[in-house]
Design a protein around this ligand. Structure first.
Ligand code: C2O
Ligand code: CU
Length: 543
């Protein structure tokens, strides 16, 4: 059929940043990669050519792909990776998403440089629930490593400890003038006084949540993860890897030159991170003064969990007459899952740079996920046995105070496995992510493929099944596909399992994903033809 086609050629390209030149993996030679622009409800086809040296796969983050898990992208979950020299034509089916999403590599750590924005405009002839902005501006927060990213990954996996920090954060691929040799490598936005700009902010960083803001200007959040929100005006935002945020910026200050900036929010003992600041410059038209701004936007301290959490949970769905939502008030099933950083004991031949000579690991309900050798979707569809098990537990392994200071040793060492949760079509699911204080309490940006979910509740400490659900917001909870589980706290989400397929659920911190903080939801097909997974495309990459 006549779908609009994009061509994505994955290949190496040479870039010079922070005074050094290196090759990075790109799409069409661009960093960040090309922007996809669609209208709500459209379907497109992206022809992905792997002209690089290694296997790759591409994921359309936050796009539900109704009944079409085949081209969702995570390697060994819904497909085997695309081998060098091969091509995979990926259909991307947009349904109710509107706002901003993004695409990224979903194999090893290539997403550090292989990513780009997806802009989803309202359907032709319809409008935004806010005054139309004069321009759309994608703002991608990313990172730059002087070292090759696959080498960073290898060293990280080899060491058993923490990964190396990036050498700079970036805005639209540019570190900004506070870094060496980067005066020209600074993103600049020219604005006209009186105009309004829609910043389509994406956090593509691998391992850190960020604060972002513009000096002397407010940001009004109007959407998150491609769902509208009630307008929320703040002088900074908090955005985790995987999340997107649509913010209106009014150029309503004295004509001048102002900094936009992003810094990390990290709160965990012994977690190192890049504590630098990336800048971009907002410059008013017809301002002829000093072009380098003087002051940075002000952010909370890097470990201010209450500021970060307060921001994240102040967001609400728009839920207006024209843009109603329907939050499930009754559930079929509640799953409670711990999200923990753990350790594995050290074996003789290993390097063990984790705490007390261990190797760091991570888990959900104490299962540390292991990628299978052929993808789970094909194994499920063709009923190949022995690829995955169906015993992901619905509850944590033992009832315990997960956020206490001392945690029993039996919870420190998780079980390795490829366990999925099978869910009946159309059941109404609640998933409670329970953070723990094992090894290091930390925030976790949890992301579910194939769905948007309502964030109905959250709290610090341990989830109390008898009490906490009584306080849920079932009126206007924010609708997202990535939510930050606060350090030593919990978050409850709800969604209707109306999208049959195989859907990845994981922490969007790349190091936690590598350590095993993930599982898979298999949503069975319903009885009707329109409730089944569609047939696979003819060119699925062979395993
Ligand atoms: Cu941003 Cu599994 O994805
Ligand atoms: Cu995590």
């Amino acid at each position: 059929a006549g779908f609009r086609r994009y061509s994505f050629v994955v290949k190496e390209s040479s870039y010079k940043k922070l005074c050094e030149t290196k090759n990075i993996l790109t799409v069409n030679g661009k960093f960040p990669g090309p922007t996809i622009e669609v209208h709500k409800g459209e379907t497109i086809v992206v022809d992905v050519y792997n002209k690089g040296k290694y296997n790759i796969s591409i994921h359309w983050h936050g796009v539900k792909q109704p009944r079409n898990p085949w081209t969702d992208g995570p390697e060994y979950i819904t497909q085997c990776p695309i081998k060098p020299g091969n091509k995979f034509s990926q259909k991307v089916i947009f349904s109710d998403e509107v706002g901003t999403l993004w695409w990224h590599a979903h194999s090893d750590w290539s997403r550090a440089t292989v990513h780009g924005a997806i802009i989803i405009y309202p359907m032709p002839g319809t409008s935004y629930p806010f005054p139309k902005p004069q321009a759309d501006v994608p703002i991608i927060i990313g990172e730059w490593w002087k070292e090759d990213i696959l080498k960073v990954l290898d060293e990280f996996v080899g060491s058993g400890g923490q990964p190396k920090d990036s050498d700079a954060y970036t805005i639209n691929g540019k570190p900004g003038n506070l870094y060496p040799c980067s005066k020209r490598d600074t993103f600049k936005l020219k604005v006209k006084q009186g105009n309004t700009y829609l910043l389509r902010i994406i956090n593509a960083a691998l391992n850190e949540i960020h604060f972002f803001g513009v000096a002397k200007h407010n940001l009004t959040v109007v959407g998150v993860d491609a769902s509208y929100t009630k307008p929320l005006t703040r002088d900074y935002i908090v955005i985790s890897p995987g999340q997107t945020m649509d913010c209106l910026l009014q150029a309503n200050q004295e004509p001048g030159s102002y900094y936009m900036a992003a810094t990390a929010y990290v709160n965990g003992i012994g977690i190192s991170f890049d504590n630098t600041t990336t800048t971009a410059i907002l410059k008013y038209k017809r301002y002829f003064g000093q072009s380098t701004p003087t002051s940075l936007p002000t952010f909370p301290s890097y470990n201010d969990t209450s500021a970060a959490t307060n921001f994240s949970f102040s967001l609400r769905s728009l839920n207006s007459r024209l843009y109603p939502i329907s939050v499930p008030s009754k559930i079929t099933k509640r799953i409670i899952s711990t999200v923990s950083v753990n350790v594995f004991p050290c074996l003789k031949y290993q390097t063990c740079e984790g705490p007390n000579g261990t190797r760091l690991a991570a888990s959900m309900n104490n299962i540390s996920f292991v990628n299978p050798s052929i993808d789970i979707l094909e194994a499920y569809f063709y009923q190949v046995n022995g690829v995955f098990g169906k015993s992901f537990p619905s509850f944590p392994p033992l009832v315990f105070n997960y956020t206490a200071d001392v945690i029993p040793l039996e919870l420190e060492i998780p079980t390795k496995g490829t366990q999925v949760k099978v869910i009946e079509f159309n059941s109404v699911m609640e998933v409670v992510f329970q953070g723990t204080n094992q090894v290091a309490g930390l925030d976790h940006p949890m992301h579910l493929h194939g769905f948007s979910f309502y964030v109905v509740g959250w709290g610090f400490g341990n989830f109390d099944e008898a009490k906490d659900p009584l306080d849920y917001n079932l009126i206007d909870p924010q609708r997202r596909s990535t939510i930050i589980v606060p350090k030593n706290g919990w978050v409850a989400i709800r969604f209707k399992a109306d999208n049959p397929g195989v859907w990845f659920l994981h922490c969007h911190y790349e190091r936690h994903l590598t350590w095993g903080m993930e599982t898979v939801f298999i949503v069975n097909s319903g009885k009707l033809r329109t409730e089944r997974v569609i047939p696979p495309p003819p060119d699925m990459p062979p395993c």
